[in-house]
Design a protein around this ligand. Sequence first.
Ligand SMILES: [Zn+2]
Length: 83
Amino acid sequence: MTAEEAIQIIKFYTGNTYKPEKIQEAINMSIKALERHVPKKDNFRIEISGKPHMPCPNCGKCIELNKNGVVYCDNCGQAILDD
Ligand SMILES: [Zn+2]
C-alpha cells in the first residue's frame, strides 16, 4: 500500500463520524506524516555554488538536489520527486 492509498483510506473511514478530540488529533497527525511521504514535484531550481537547489514545497527550506529520483527535505522530511 502506498502512502497516498493509506491517506485516502484513513480519510474515507474517519471523515464523517464523531471522534473524541485526542483521536481526531492523532488521525490528523498520521495523515500529515503520510502526506510527507508522497513525493511532491519540484517546480524550479536555483544554482548555489554550482549545485542545484530548490525550496521545499512543504516548509520552504532550500534543499540541495544531488541525485535524480526521490530526495527528502532534511528539515521537515517531505519527499520530493527530482526528475
Ligand atoms: Zn521541508
